[in-house]
Design a protein around this ligand. Structure first.
Ligand code: FES
Length: 95
């Protein structure tokens, strides 16, 4: 089962393979910014992938569109559009 670790001082989470990143963080009680509730519109749910980006599902069309229109850096993923396949380390500016 994949482990989600945090850059800042928080306990790591174990999630099922293929778990949605945003839902996993919310289920663990972490705040994730959003104004579209995971519909892939707002891009506010962006999460910095500190390590393990190869352990996430590839960017889908929705995320690619948001990356281009919002000029997102390469180390950021749209968490509502991303599934966790292996161990990762994440961060957000507001945590
Ligand atoms: S919650 Fe709006 S794009 Fe992810």
């Amino acid at each position: 089962m994949p482990l989600i670790s945090f850059k800042k001082n928080r306990a790591a989470l174990t999630v099922p393979t293929g778990a949605n990143l945003m839902k996993s963080l919310l289920d663990a009680g972490l705040p994730v910014a959003s104004s579209c509730d995971g519909d892939g519109v707002c891009a506010k749910c962006k999460i910095v992938i500190v390590a393990g980006k190869e352990n996430l599902t590839p960017e889908n069309e929705i995320e690619a569109f948001l990356r281009e229109t919002k000029d997102l850096p390469s180390d950021v993923r749209i968490s509502c559009q991303t599934q966790v396949l292996g161990d990762i380390t994440v961060d957000a500016t507001y945590w």
